[in-house]
Design a protein around this ligand. Structure first.
Ligand code: NAD
Ligand code: ZN
Length: 342
């Protein structure tokens, strides 16, 4: 079968023929229909410091996908060949305290598909039954292939009560944009989204943001005055991984505000924590998706009219993967889907 492999500890990816994997006990083989490219895949393509530290080579990458069940390993009860499914890319231990308490997103021994073990940019993928998630018939394939990043947005946004609240999102990558749509869908009042790259803000209004702000060029005080907000934002969703954006968020939240941190910072960051203390802010770190409540909520919101279609900007055949990676690396694309099978 075809697979997109990081062969050597160097930039780039290779499409090559590899053996079709066999599902072991408790595992399911999925024939991949479409898979989408994540920021993580770009880090691996570029072979930055994080990738060099994290990814053993050779490694088939990719973890956002939709497909059909192709083969069941021994002992599988709840699924059937032919079912349309996606899957959770974080494989958890099932043994630690958090896993056993049903808080699997907090597992101490999480392993990533396409990061620590063979991934989804391939004709076939084998994962544990526990990670396979069935897709309702009314969900189109292109949405099903991006449930992983949509789940990041949903997990982050739904960390706090948003009804009637004013939300500041820093970072208008695909996840920040989808978070804007989620905030409006569940009843936030103003959703202001910032980015340093104006190109990234072009989709913001289509995604339901009240106002798109070029960070560094426009002042959030002015935006709040324009929107009639006298006291500050109630909720902040940090989705850029920029310390400057986080500091700006702390400055512009109201007392008692709540901040969810999804963006991954490069190294250590310096912020004015005293400001956060005197404002009585709450912080919550977010990793992955809640298994599997986030999956349920993401799909249920899509079924109740959540529109994330504007982020689906590019689509290529699997063989043209280089075009997809290029569209993301040069900042043209938001979400890029690669099609493997009809
Ligand atoms: P992305 O890189 O496409 O988007 C980040 C955006 O932030 C970019 O458009 C960038 O221009 C913008 N940005 C940079 N500096 C900024 C600033 N000072 N103010 C405002 N915006 C600024 O990433 P994405 O795929 O949308 O993911 C969002 C973030 O979440 C990334 O940092 C990613 O690494 C992280 N992430 C975390 C998890 C998790 O489980 N915690 C999962 C997936 C992604
Ligand atoms: Zn665990």
């Amino acid at each position: 079968m075809r697979a997109l492999v990081k062969e050597k500890a160097a930039p780039g990816l290779t499409m090559k023929e590899v053996e079709i994997p066999e599902p072991g006990p408790g595992e399911i083989r999925i024939r991949i229909d479409s898979a989408s490219i994540c920021g993580t895949d770009i880090h691996i393509y570029n072979w930055d410091d994080w990738a060099a530290k994290t990814i053993p080579v050779p490694m088939t990458i990719g973890h956002e996908f939709v497909g059909h069940i192709d083969k069941l390993g021994p002992g599988i009860g709840g699924f059937e060949p032919g079912q349309r499914v996606s899957g959770e890319g974080h494989i958890v231990c099932g043994q630690c305290r958090n896993c056993r308490a049903g808080r699997e997103h907090l597992c101490r021994d999480t392993r990533g598909i396409g990061v620590n073990r063979t991934g989804a940019f391939a004709d076939y993928l084998v994962i544990p039954e526990h990670n396979v998630y069935p897709i309702p018939d009314d969900i189109p394939d292109e949405y099903a292939s991006i449930l992983d990043p949509l789940g990041n947005a949903v997990h982050t946004a739904l960390s706090f009560d948003l009804v009637g609240e004013d939300v500041l999102i820093t970072g208008a990558g695909p996840i920040g944009l989808m978070a804007a749509a989620v905030c409006r869908h569940v009843g936030a009042r103003h959703v202001v989204i910032t980015d340093i790259n104006p190109k990234r803000l072009e989709l913001a209004n289509k995604m339901g943001a009240t106002r798109a702000v070029v960070a560094g060029k426009e002042d959030l005080d002015d935006i709040m005055a324009e929107l009639g907000m006298k006291e500050g934002f109630d909720v902040g969703l940090e989705m850029s991984g920029s310390a400057a954006a986080l500091q700006d968020m702390i400055e512009n939240l109201n007392n008692g505000g709540q901040i969810a941190l999804l963006g991954i910072f490069h190294g250590q960051v310096t912020i004015d924590l005293n400001k956060a203390i005197f404002k009585g802010l709450q912080f919550k770190g977010i990793y992955g998706r809640e298994m599997f409540d986030t999956w349920h909520k993401a799909l249920a919101m899509l079924e109740s009219g959540l529109d994330i279609s504007p982020v689906l900007t590019h689509r290529f055949a699997f063989e043209d993967f280089e075009k997809g990676f290029e569209a993301l690396r040069n900042g043209q694309a938001s979400k890029v889907i690669l099609d493997l099978h009809e």
